[in-house]
Structures are given as structure tokens and as C-alpha cells.
Design a protein around this ligand. Structure first.
Ligand SMILES: [Zn+2]
Length: 1005
């Protein structure tokens, strides 16, 4: 339908979707009283529901969302549980619900029931069907037990009340049908437009903020006097020290007041009340109509310093959003200081609640964002649950524009993000969103913008739905230019204000007004995870015309337009051109010769491009035309588009044979991760008087979303080996390990499943004092399957690991091959309001074969074909770091194979097969790093099975560092206390090259 409506002039016929549009209407009358002793609401509700659809309705669906807080079965608690808030950690007094419902329609009782799956949805069977164009009146009393404000958006903290989603309300019925939905924390709303007439009764000293116009003259005077008082005494309010005088709730007055609010053309009604509120009042004149809007800020004395300029933020937000999108249609705009939500803010029509902010700039951005939702949610009432980008994302684009307009050189936003310590200070507000998007996209962990709210991972919900959409509409504005972009958005606003637009409606309007086909945006950028990447190919000077012919190539999968500019030596833009969206290769002609110092694709980062290192060409250089200067930065930072960033950090290491090692690590682990990563850490060994250390290179590939990643790399390690007890000889090893890692996410597998396959080849040379050197070749295949499951009471992870390894020592003189499996179950559960972990692990290993040479070398203590896991020599593939590799009895063990957390002569003996059970349980003390452990093993010794065990206490830090103190062990392992110090075991597992894959797994859990 769309292609032929393009370019047809400006008659309304060009918007066929608008022409057929209809929507339902709901007009509410509510009386509600707050009991601030029992934290309950007592209310009566009536609404007139008008069926403007062409369909006859036999039933009605209502949201009764206070029931979302009732018990662990609700969609809200199921979701919160997955995000770390556990209902089991709450007192029942924190929960909430709606009660006393008694629905009547047109005065007659009706049959109704709770939805069997969602107790916060009610279905009503109409006594008489509702014909098109007809209305009905529904009435019911109701009470609400207000939940704790720490759970979600409806709640109270002490006597501070945030009353939202609190009354029975019809689900939207639109051209796509009914939209009954349970309340969720991650995932917003969809409601019918209409009018509200709400009377709120509270003790007289409560300060009220709500949707709508305040109708009670007495309360208008009360608010004006509070505003005058706050204005005069602002300095002394700010100076109030923390404590009872400033922070505690005054007693509730014995007298009551009823304040009435009315409003038309809104789709929700929220109210907030607190006895401590200070009030500021202002006004803003709208840019198009010249009408004046009253602005209100209600805040607690504790936040007075941050809020002192809040009226300016409200006014500027209202002004700029009006200018760009269309005038604010209501008479008041309010922001209240929500002592409830933990950071951020939440929008409701005409009123927004703001969480705690760390700085005034932070507060300004949150207020402006939430005020901006009046346009993208309040007035343009899209279905936020299904198309969250239409409100959050487009609103974020406006928020980015607001910051860039008011603070053109806003480089202080990145400092907020990183506390100023990382090298992110080249990033402005827009760039922070840009880098967050690219971090996810670079590890293939991003989801499409068009994803149902409940299907988003929390990282994607914030980064993709908000930030990436913001970047995409920023891109569109940059392409169309402000004037045309504003015309598009203003026409969208005119046509769809107080309506329910869908993505296709927005696309129809923008394509029609701009006269451009925008499939590359609405289909590809929004509905897929395809990336934008353009590359500069060449710049050729045509002297006869004093012109450059500049060729660029689209390397990405989005056929969008791209901006190419010529710049002079000072960085001033000389000429700027956009390519044709559909072309894979474009050649652009630029006027000029010597004065042009650089051609660049999108030098000011207007486009969410994934790789900016191929965007520049210097026409005056013969060699290295496209090379960027190296920039060394300490520790870590972001990859800047016009530099090759290398990060460095001093390194120090210690082991018994090298003694101290000192050097530096150079790497490119900046943000976002690059597909090609390297780390080189040469270190000088004091013990051996030579250079050792580690180096690793890897490259990641993302063939499709079925693969989280494919990584090919090579690792090189060289350290000393302690061979003789006196440590006089300079024995060392060099291990070179190429590897291939495949991280699979087979499509249609449930969330929380991961499949990891690694192949490693080893080439290792040990230079030893006894027989000069040995050469080892080896192959190791490791397959891991992992399932994560989150339930209300606990979270579990089941892991299956299979390993096959083969080592060939000294050209076939000694070789052996092993196969083993490990099953591990980790359960995270709640115990006395603390989360605690238990891990059980079962290992089984079998030596497929080894020759006599292998026994000989094992006898020499050169390595172990044992399967219980001991010390340095076990680590043939040099996968771990050791303080002492020289002995089976080193202080350190690798947490693999049999995983025994002790050392004993007996552990060498498991030559044929071995099996073990390891249990680790976190102790009920804070912090939860202390563990009790036990290992039981069985192995074949001289043709018969022998059992060993040990148990003790230990410390485990995030599975990276562990220290284990054995308390008991079986007698065949020797006397534990003879040399106790040497029985203490240490583990260390650390590999930065796994970070991208680990992060991707975490995001997609
Ligand atoms: Zn928002």
C-alpha cells in the first residue's frame, strides 16, 4: 500500500491509515481516600466506555494491576525474580493487592473472573453486547493495599506515596484486537484515551501532585503559599542538616481535605503525595501558540540543592519538545521527587516522578526525558509493551538533541559514566549511547530494536530500545536536515495526537512528508540487527577539473545513506555530501585540490556505524593514506575513530623460578571490543635474567545470530620451571597454542542455553637441565553445554563438559590420551535473605592409553598423567598461571579434572581411570566468600579400586581466586598435619580473552 502513496501531494488521502482510524473512549469518575496508617486506598470508580469500533463487543477486559504485587505467581514477580529481586526476600507486609471489587454495568451485576494465568487481569462477560457507537457505564468499589515502594512503580516508602496503575482500567481494543496484558517492571503500558474526574481525600497537610488540573480553590491557594514559602526560604532549606528535622514525616493532621483533579485527552491518571514536599512554581510560553503552561516541582528538603533549578529543566524541556514536535496541549507540567524508585524516573500524563540523581546535570536529563514522554507516550499513545522504541527510543533522540542544543560541548557526560577515571572523556551525551550500542553489537549480543519488551534482556532493553533507537532517529534527522525532520515529526504529531499510532503509521507519515523511501530505517535498522559500516576506498585527484573523485563502499548490510565530507588542515568542513541509499558503491565529486587535507565518512559520528577505523583517507599522502596515528593510553578507554588506541599497564609477576618479573602489558581491550584483539606482556625475569611473559592474539567472527561468536587465536606463554630444589638451573618452557572456539546459540533453543566448543593445538618446548629439552605436541577438544534456569526460589546452572586430550612427548617416546566428562550443578538460593551458592561436581576420567615412556617421565616428576588435578605439571597446555610449576606438590592446583583441593603422593597414582565428587557450599556468613568443601575420589591402583577423601574450609572469590585449608583427609593420603603449610591450596583462573564471550553469555542469559 505504501509505495504508491508516496509523492502524492499533501491531501489527507495520502494517509490511508489515518482515514480509517477509530479508537475507544473511556471517561472516568473516581473518589479515593488514603489511609496513611494502614497504607490503603478506599475508592469508588465509575467509567463510561464508548465503543467507537465497527465491532460488537460481548466482553470487556480490565487491568487490575495492584494484584501484580499479590504473590509469587504474577508476571511481575516472575520477571523481577529473573532480574534479581526475589519475592522470597520480602515480608508479606511489602506485598499489595486490589480487593472489594463488585462490578456492575449500567447498575446491574455482571459475571466476571480473574484471568487464570494473570490475577491482575479481569474478564467481564457483558449481559448485553455493546454495539458500535454505543456506551456502557461500569461501577465498582475497590480498596488497594499499597505495596512497598521498593518493588516497582506503585508503592509507598513510609508515608511517601506513589499511586500509579492503581484503579481498574479497560485494556485497549484497537484495529489489532484486545491488548490485555499483565503488569511488568520491564515493559510499559497501553491505555485508552478519555477524561478523568478524580477526587482525592488525604489528611490536610499532605502536598499532592497529580495528572490533570487542580479544581479545588483552597488547595490552589495552599500550593501557591507553599511555592512562595519555598522560593523565599530556598537557601535555608538547602542548608538544613540531615536528620529528623529535615527528613522525618511530620504527624498527619486530624483534618482532611478533598482535592479534585480533572483532565480530558489523557490515557492515565497518577498521583503522588508526601507531607515533606517543598514546592517551586514557574511558567513557560509555548513557541508556536504562545500559550502559557504552569510548571511545578515538588521535592523533599533532602534533595533541595539538586532541585533548586528544576523549574528551568521543566520549562526548557517543555519548550524544546514543543518547538520540535508540536505545542504541549495541557495547562500544567509537574515533576515530583520520588523517594521511591531507585534512580531514573517514570512518566505519567502531565506528571513525572524522578528518582535520586547524583548531579544537577543528571537530574536535568532525567526530568527532560520524563517530561518528553508527554509527547512520546502521553499524546502519541503507542503500544509501549510491543513497540517500546516508539516512545522510549524517539524520546531518547529528542533527549540527545536537547542536550546537544543546550550544551553544545557536552563532554562531561562520559565522566558521569566512568567517574572520570577511564579515557572516555572524548565522548558526549550522544556518544555515550553510541558506544553502549557498539559494545553490544561488537560481541553479537544485540537484539533488534523491534522486540517485545518482555523478550528483551535487561541490557538490550536499555541499550537497544532506548539508545540505539535514539541514534537511528538522530541519523534520520542528520540525513533529512532539521527542517524537514521537524516537518515530519510535527505532521505525525498533528495526525496522531491523542491516538494510538503503530510503526507503519509513523513510517507512512515520515516517508510521505520527506518524499523518501525509508525501508532501510523502518525495516532494516529497526527490525534487524544488521549493522551500518561504510569504508573509504580511494580519493583520486582530477587535475583538469581541480576535483577529487572519492569512492566509498558499503561493507555493512544496511542500505542507508552516508555522509562524506572534505576537511581542511584545521578540521573545518569544506563540503559535505550524502550518498544514495541504495548503492553498494558510490563515487562522489568534491571541488578543490591542495586545500583538502582529509576526506572522511561521518567524522562527527551522526550515524550508528559499527567500525569507524576505515572512514578516513588523506589525499596528500603517498603511503599510509588510511593509517591513523597511534595513541597510547593508560589502563583502558574507548577506541576513538581517528586514532589507533593502544592501552598499557605495568605488569608484575612472581613465581619460584623467575622470582620477580617486571614489564608491561600492551593491549587493545578498549570499548567497544574489536574483532581483532591482542595482548602482549613481555616481562623481565630476575630469577632467569631473561625475558618471558605472555602474548595472545585472537579474532572473532560473527557468521550469524546462531553463533554467538567464532574465535580463532593463538596464545604464547613462556615462564621458568623450577626443576631442582635449589633453583639454580634456568629451566623454562615456551608453549604456543593456536585455538578455535565456537560459541553456538542454536536458534529456537530456550533462553539460558549455551554451547561452547574449543579445539586447541599445543606446541611446547621445555628446556630442562636433565636431558636438555623435550618437545610436546598435543590436541585438546573441549565441549561445554550449559543450561541456566531461574525460578522464584532459586536459580540453577547445569553444565556438562567433555574433554579429550592427547599429548605426544618428545617425538613419540612418551604419549598418552585421555577422555573425561564433568557434570556440574550450581544452585543459587535464598537463605535468611542472603543469596548463597552450592556447587556439586562429578568427574570421570579414563586414560585411553599411554606408553612406557609416559610412565618413565611421570616417575621423573616431569608431568602427571594423574587425573585428580594437582599442580603445575598437570597443566600441559599452559592454561593457568602458577607460582610453582616445578613439582606435583606445588602450593597451587588447577580446578579441573578430579578437582582435589589438596596434594598428596597418592594423587599421582590414578593412571588408568579416576572418578571424583566435589562439593562446595557457601557458609552462612557475610561476605559470602567463605566455603566448606569436600572431595571424594576413587581410582584404580594396582588393579583394585582405592578410595580417598579430603574436606576443609576455604575462600572463593568469584571463581577466580581460591584458597583452601584442608581439615581432614583419608589415611592413605598421609598425615595432613605433618607439614600442614604445604597442604594449603591456592587457585587462580584468569583470562581477559574470554571477556567478550563471557559478557555476551551474561547479557543473553
Ligand atoms: Zn523513558
Amino acid at each position: 500500500m505504501k509505495p504508491f502513496v508516496l509523492f502524492l501531494g499533501l491531501a489527507l488521502g495520502q494517509f490511508p491509515l489515518v482515514a480509517q482510524y477509530w479508537q475507544q473512549r473511556v471517561d472516568y469518575r473516581i473518589e479515593v481516600t488514603l489511609d496513611d496508617q494502614t497504607h490503603r486506598l478506599y475508592a469508588n470508580l465509575a467509567f463510561d466506555y464508548t465503543n467507537n469500533s465497527p465491532h460488537t463487543l460481548d466482553s470487556l477486559y480490565l487491568h487490575v494491576w495492584p494484584n501484580a504485587y499479590k504473590d509469587g505467581t504474577t508476571a511481575l514477580f516472575q520477571q523481577l525474580n529473573g532480574q534479581g529481586t526475589k519475592i522470597a526476600m520480602m515480608d508479606t507486609s511489602a506485598l499489595g493487592y486490589i480487593a472489594q471489587l463488585d462490578f456492575k454495568i449500567n447498575g446491574k451485576p455482571v459475571s466476571w473472573s480473574y484471568n487464570p494465568k494473570n490475577i491482575d487481569i479481569v474478564g467481564i462477560k457483558l449481559n448485553e453486547s455493546l454495539k458500535p457507537g454505543k456506551s456502557l457505564t461500569l461501577t465498582t468499589p475497590f480498596t488497594v493495599k499499597i505495596p512497598s515502594g521498593s518493588i516497582s512503580r506503585l508503592g509507598h516508602i513510609g508515608q511517601s506515596y506513589q499511586i500509579t496503575q492503581w484503579y481498574p482500567k479497560p485494556a485497549v481494543f484497537d484495529r489489532k484486537g484486545w491488548h490485555a496484558m499483565p503488569y511488568l517492571n520491564q515493559g510499559e503500558f497501553y491505555s485508552e484515551f478519555g477524561s478523568y474526574d478524580v477526587s482525592i481525600t488525604v489528611p490536610k497537610n499532605y502536598v499532592l501532585g497529580a495528572t490533570g488540573e487542580r479544581q479545588s480553590a483552597e488547595d490552589v491557594a495552599f500550593m501557591d503559599s507553599l511555592a512562595a514559602h519555598t522560593q523565599t526560604n530556598l537557601t535555608s532549606i538547602i542548608a538544613l542538616p540531615s536528620g529528623a528535622l529535615r527528613d522525618s514525616f511530620p504527624a498527619s493532621s486530624k483534618e482532611w481535605k478533598t482535592v479534585r483533579f480533572t483532565q480530558d485527552n489523557v490515557h492515565d491518571f497518577a498521583w503522588f503525595t508526601d507531607k515533606r514536599y517543598k514546592v517551586l512554581k514557574g511558567s513557560v510560553k509555548l513557541p508556536h501558540s504562545g500559550r502559557t503552561v504552569t510548571s511545578w516541582a515538588l521535592f523533599t528538603p533532602a534533595n533541595a540543592l539538586l532541585w533548586k533549578n528544576s523549574i528551568e529543566y521543566l520549562n526548557d524541556g517543555t519548550y524544546y519538545y514543543s518547538q520540535w514536535n508540536g505545542d504541549y496541549p495541557y495547562t500544567a507540567v509537574t515533576a515530583v521527587d520520588g523517594t521511591i524508585s531507585a534512580g531514573g524516573g517514570m512518566e505519567y500524563p502531565m506528571i513525572t516522578v524522578i528518582g535520586n540523581s547524583s548531579t544537577a546535570r543528571d537530574l536535568e536529563v532525567v526530568i527532560v526525558h520524563e517530561v518528553g514522554h508527554n509527547w512520546f507516550y502521553g499524546i502519541l499513545g503507542s503500544n509501549e509493551r510491543e513497540h517500546g522504541w516508539m516512545d522510549e527510543g524517539i524520546n531518547t533522540a529528542n533527549e540527545m538533541r536537547y542536550v546537544a542544543t543546550k550544551y553544545p560541548n557536552n563532554k562531561d557526560f562520559s565522566d558521569i559514566l566512568a567517574g572520570g577515571r577511564l579515557h572516555l572523556n572524548d565522548l558526549n551525551h550522544h556518544d555515550v549511547g553510541d558506544i553502549m550500542y557498539r559494545v553490544l553489537a561488537a560481541i553479537n549480543a544485540d537484539q533488534p530494536i523491534q522486540t517485545h519488551s518482555a523478550s528483551f534482556s535487561s541490557a538490550n532493553y536499555g541499550v537497544i530500545m532506548y539508545q540505539k533507537t535514539g541514534l537511528v532517529f538522530h541519523y534520520l534527522r542528520s540525513y533529512l536536515g532539521d527542517k524537514l525532520y521537524d516537518q515530519c515529526m510535527q505532521r505525525y504529531y498533528d495526525l496522531y495526537q491523542f491516538k494510538h499510532p503503530y510503526p507503519e503509521d509513523l513510517q507512512e507519515v515520515v516517508e510521505s512528508i520527506s518524499g523518501r523511501k525509508l525501508d532501510w530505517l523502518f525495516r532494516d535498522l529497526i527490525q534487524t540487527t544488521k549493522v551500518v559500516d561504510y569504508r573509504m576506498v580511494r580519493a583520486k585527484y582530477l587535475s583538469a577539473m581541480n576535483t577529487y573523485s572519492v569512492k566509498v563502499k558499503n561493507k555493512g548490510a544496511i542500505q542507508g545513506p552516508i555522509q562524506v565530507v572534505s576537511l581542511d588542515k584545521s578540521g573545518k568542513v569544506l563540503e559535505s555530501q550524502w550518498t544514495d541509499p541504495k548503492k553498494k558503491r558510490s563515487t562522489l565529486m568534491f571541488q578543490g585540490g591542495e586545500e583538502i587535507a582529509l576526506f572522511a565518512i561521518d567524522p562527527t559520528k551522526q550515524i550508528p556505524e559499527i567500525n569507524r577505523s576505515n572512514n578516513r583517507i588523506n589525499p596528500n599522502k603517498f603511503l599510509f593514506k588510511k593509517c591513523e596515528p597511534l595513541a597510547f593510553e593508560f589502563l583502558i578507554g574507548d577506541h576513538e575513530p581517528h586514532k589507533t588506541n593502544i592501552f598499557w599497564t605495568p605488569m608484575m609477576a612472581f613465581n619460584r623460578s623467575d622470582r620477580f618479573m617486571i614489564g608491561a602489558a600492551f593491549h587493545n581491550f578498549g570499548l567497544p571490543f574489536k574483532p581483532f584483539q591482542f595482548l602482549v606482556a613481555p616481562m623481565y625475569s630476575v630469577g632467569r635474567n631473561t625475558i618471558g611473559g605472555v602474548a595472545e592474539l585472537s579474532k572473532m567472527y560473527f557468521p550469524s545470530k546462531d553463533f554467538r561468536s567464532i574465535k580463532a587465536g593463538i596464545s604464547v606463554k613462556s615462564f621458568g620451571i623450577q626443576e631442582d630444589p635449589k633453583g639454580q638451573t634456568q629451566s623454562y618452557f615456551v608453549a604456543i597454542t593456536p585455538y578455535l572456539n565456537v560459541n553456538l546459540v542454536p536458534n529456537r533453543t530456550p533462553k539460558g542455553f549455551a554451547h561452547d566448543l574449543t579445539f586447541k593445538w599445543l606446541w611446547r618446548r621445555d628446556v630442562l637441565p636433565i636431558d636438555d629439552y623435550t618437545v610436546e605436541n598435543g590436541l585438546k577438544v573441549n565441549q561445554t553445554l550449559r543450561w541456566n534456569k531461574k525460578r522464584i526460589s532459586h536459580e540453577s546452572q547445569l553444565q556438562f563438559e567433555g574433554v579429550l586430550d592427547y599429548s605426544d612427548l618428545f617425538y613419540d617416546v612418551a604419549s598418552f590420551a585421555r577422555v573425561s566428562t564433568t557434570q556440574s550443578l550450581t544452585v543459587t538460593y535464598l537463605d535468611r535473605k542472603m543469596t548463597r551458592k552450592m556447587n556439586f561436581r562429578v568427574y570421570g576420567g579414563y586414560n585411553l592409553g599411554y606408553n612406557s615412556g609416559a610412565s618413565y617421565y611421570q616417575g621423573m616428576g616431569r608431568y602427571s598423567i594423574s587425573m585428580f588435578g594437582a599442580a603445575g605439571y598437570q597443566d600441559i597446555f599452559a592454561e593457568n598461571y602458577y607460582f610453582n610449576r616445578g613439582s606435583v606438590y606445588g602450593a597451587q592446583y588447577a580446578n579441573d579434572m578430579g578437582g582435589f583441593r589438596t596434594a598428596s603422593n597418592v594423587l599421582k597414582m590414578s593412571n588408568y581411570w579416576a572418578s571424583s565428587l566435589n562439593a562446595t557450599i557457601q557458609l552462612p556468613v557475610k561476605p559470602n566468600i567463605f566455603v566448606a568443601y569436600a572431595d571424594v575420589g576413587i581410582y584404580e591402583d594396582s588393579m583394585r579400586a582405592t578410595t580417598i577423601y579430603n574436606a576443609g574450609l576455604g575462600i572463593n572469590l568469584a571463581d577466580v581466586i581460591g584458597v583452601y585449608f584442608p581439615l581432614v583427609q583419608s589415611s592413605n593420603m598421609g598425615n595432613l598435619y605433618q607439614d600442614y603449610a604445604s597442604s594449603i591450596r591456592l587457585t587462580l583462573r584468569f583470562n581477559p580473552f574470554n571477556a567478550p564471550v563471557k559478557l555476551a553469555n551474561l547479557i543473553n542469559r
